[in-house]
Design a protein around this ligand. Sequence first.
Ligand code: PFF
Length: 523
Amino acid sequence: MENKTQKRNGFASGIGFILAAAGSAIGLGNLWSFPYKTAKYGGAAFVFTYILSVLIIGVIVMVAELHIGRRSQANPVSAYKKVNKNVGWLGLFAVLIPFFIICYYSVLGGYTVKYAMNSFAGNAGILETFTGNAGEVIMYTAIFMILAILVVMAGVKGGIEKASKVLMPTLFFILVAVAVYSLFLGEGVSEGLNFYLNPDFSELGFDGILAAMSQAFFSLSLGMGIMVSYGSYAGKEIKVGQSISMICIFDTMVALLAGLAIFPAVYHYQAVSGATNVETGGLLLMFQTLPLVFEGMGTFGQILSFFFFAMVVIAALTSVISLLEVVTQLVIQKFHVQRKKAILVVAAICFAISIPIGISLGLVLNGDKSMLICGQNWLDFFDLVTNVVLMPLGALGACMVLGWMLDKPAKKSDMFNPMYLNETLKKDGLNLGWFGKVFAVMVKYVTPLLILVVEIFGVFDIIMPANSITGIRAFSSNGLGIVLTAYGLCVVAIAVYFMFFKKSETGNNADELLIEEKQVKAE
Ligand code: PFF
C-alpha cells in the first residue's frame, strides 16, 4: 500500500488521470479518420464492428498496458523489465513508435493551428497555398510543438493533468455544440446522416473489419507505451476497470459525435450550394471540404470554423502531449536529466524530422511527386510504418507479457489456465471483479490472435495492395520497402536495447522525483 507520507510524482486524482488518458486517446483519429472510415465502410455496420473491436481488443490491451505501468511506477523499459527481465526490449520498441508519430502528427497539428487562426480570413481554397509554402508549414508545426512542450515541461501533475482538466471539457462542449448546430441545419441533414450511418454490411467487408480493428488501436493510443507510462503515474489507488470504461466511452462518443458534426453540414452545403463531387474522405475532408462548408455559412460560419478547428487543435495537442511524455519519461529516468532538458532534446529531434515530412506532404498535395519514400509522401510512409506494422506488434507484446510472463506457476498445466492467471493478477493488485475471468481468457488467447490477424493482413495489404479501380491485388516493391523498414526499426530498437539498456539501470518515477527535488533545491 502506498504510504500517505511517501511522496509520489504523477496524477493527483483519478479523474485527472482519466481526462489525461482520454486526451491522449481523443485526437485526429476521432475527429477525422473515424467519421470518414465509418462513411466508407458501411456506416452503422462499421460503428458496430468498431465498438466490438474496442471491447475485445482495445479494452484488453489497455488493461494490460495500464497494469504493466501501474505496478512498476516506471517508464516502459523498466516496466517491462520488471515483469520479466528478458523483455525490457519491448518497452524500448514501444517507445520508438510514439517518437515517429510525434514527427508527423505535429505537422497535421500545425495545419490545425493554421486553420484555427485563419478562420476569420477564410480557409476555403488555402490548402494548396498553405501547404505549398514550406516555411509557413514549418512555422505552424513549431507553434504546435511549442504548445505541447510547454505543457509537458510543467510535469505530469502541473502540466498534463491541469491542461487536460481544462481542455477536455472544452473540447467536448464545442463538439456537442457544433453537432447540435449541424443537426438542425435542415436541408441535406438527413442525407448526411444516411451517408454517415446507414448500415450496409456489404460495404463493410473484410477490409472494413480490419480498418475497424486498427482504428481501435490508434484511437485508444495502444501498442506504444502511452498507457504504460500514464499508468505508471496513476498510483495504486485508481480503479482500473472504471477508469478504462470511462476512457473508452469518451473516446467512442467523441468519434461518433464528430461524424454527426461533419456530415450533416457537408450534405447541407451540397444541397444549398449545388456543389457536387465534394471530397468526403482523407485529408481533404478536413482541410478542403470543411472550410468550404464553413464559408458557405457566411459570418457565423467563420465563428464556427474557429471553434471547430480550435477543438481539433485541442484534440491533437493532448494526443501529442502524451506521445512526447512517454519518450521524455524514458529520457529523464534513463539518463537522469531534468525534465526541461529531456523534453527540449526529444522535441528538437522530432521537429527536425517533421520538416521533411511537412515539405513532402505539401509537395504531394500540390501535385509534385519528387519527394517520396517507397512511393509514399513522408507522412503516409511514417503512418504506415508506425500504425499498420509496428503498433499491433506493440499491443501484441503487452498482451503476451501480461498473459504469459507475469508469474511462473509451479504446476506446468497452470501456465495455460486463464483462471490461474486471474488469481495471479488479483495477487498482483489487478482485481477486475467478474470481468477478471473474461479478461484472463481474452488476454491470454483471443486478443493476441486477433491482433496477429490485424498485423498479418495489414502487412499483406501493404505488400499486395489492391488496385483502386480494378480491385486486383499485385505485388508492390514499395510496399515491401515499407514493411522492411518497419521491421528493420524493430531490429534496431532491440539491438540498441541490448547494447545500451539491458545491463544498466533504466530508472523509475521515484528517481525522477529525486531529480526534480534536487532541481528545486538548486534553484
Ligand atoms: N489516439 C490519437 C488519435 O486518435 O488521434 C492518436 C494517438 C495518440 C495515437 C497517442 C497514438 C498515441 F500514442
